[in-house]
Design a protein around this ligand. Structure first.
Ligand code: BG6
Length: 301
């Protein structure tokens, strides 16, 4: 584990060569590479990484609201996707582990990095938008063939609060035209590019235009949602306590309108598959905790 000179990033590498890079701003994972150096996440060439704007790419953490919620009393003042992705988190430390007992075998090693954000870290303005005492612990675990990101939310207040959470993962793909997403068959979804109408997914998902959908899979969260590229599964995502999966690709026009999205045809090389709890709000009672997680497993290309 190492830090950048300006203390803005934390990097980790497994003895077998897999790497991870996380920006303290937003606790945003900005790079995840396999042992051959292949990048698994998409990151815009035009993204800000200096803390002036949410990162366009990687894995931004969405909390305590998904999108905006003008009609929800507690969340109505919050900016799009909340403040977690635009706040500076604290690095809490790392732990390493071996999955099997006995002499350490490099192949079994994993590294977990923990980050924290609490109401005490927020500036006065942000605090006034959402006046609750809370704690977040975000753990990012790198294994040889997978990445797990897990968020624990605690209510440190003396009154309940409502929240939504989403792990806004930008997966890197070779060619969006050859991508299909498996595991959402039969799921109902809200189609945000068609007046938020409710539909049912008939078969595998393919993407050939602007796509912005909030799925509620009928299958257990332990059943993978997979990205298949040209017939081969390249990413397999399982969830823990996150009942929704958002699928987003901005396509030509939307990408053109996003100043921080580059190259402009970069939408061909990404798809966001975002586990979250975003159908309505979760209510957390004082002293209670919620934990939601995703594990993304890669298959060699
Ligand atoms: C997705 C939403 O999760 O994030 C989209 O479903 C949104 O509606 C997209 O456009 C990107 O959001 P932002 O705030 O990072 O531009």
């Amino acid at each position: 584990v190492s830090f950048s000179d300006d203390n803005s990033r934390v990097s980790a590498e497994l003895p077998t060569g897999e790497t991870l890079e996380i920006l303290l701003y937003g606790a945003t994972v900005i790079s995840w590479k396999d042992a051959s150096g292949n990048e698994k996440l998409w990151l815009s060439d035009a993204t800000k990484l200096d803390g002036s704007k949410a990162v366009r790419g990687g894995i931004p953490v969405v909390f305590p609201v998904f999108g905006t919620a003008p009609d929800h009393a507690q969340a109505s003042k919050l900016p799009q996707h909340g403040f977690a992705r635009t706040s500076r988190w604290e690095f809490l430390g790392k732990s390493t582990s071996e999955s099997a007992p006995g002499p350490p075998a490099a192949a079994d090693l994993s590294v977990k990095l923990d980050f924290g954000l609490s109401s005490a870290n927020l500036d006065t303005k942000t605090k006034s938008l959402w006046p609750f005492a809370f704690g977040l612990i975000y753990s990012v675990t790198l294994n040889r063939e997978s990445l797990t990101t897990s968020l624990v939310v605690t209510n440190d207040d003396d009154k309940p609060f409502d929240f939504q959470v989403l792990l806004h993962t930008y997966l890197r793909v070779k060619d969006i035209a050859a991508v299909s997403i498996k595991g959402l068959e039969g799921a109902s979804y809200i189609d945000k590019v068609d007046n938020a109408s409710t539909k049912t997914q008939a078969s595998t998902v393919t993407i050939a235009g602007e796509t912005d959908r909030v799925y509620t899979p009928t299958t257990p969260t332990s059943e993978p949602v997979s990205v298949v590229e040209a017939g081969k599964t390249t990413f397999s995502i399982v969830r823990d306590s996150l009942g929704n999966v958002v699928v987003w690709n901005p396509w030509t026009d939307k990408a053109a309108g996003l100043a921080d999205f580059a190259p402009k045809d970069g939408f061909k090389n990404m798809v966001c598959v975002e586990p979250g709890a975003v159908s309505g709000f979760q209510t957390l009672e004082p002293g209670d905790a919620f934990e939601g997680a995703q594990t993304i497993t890669i298959s060699p290309r």
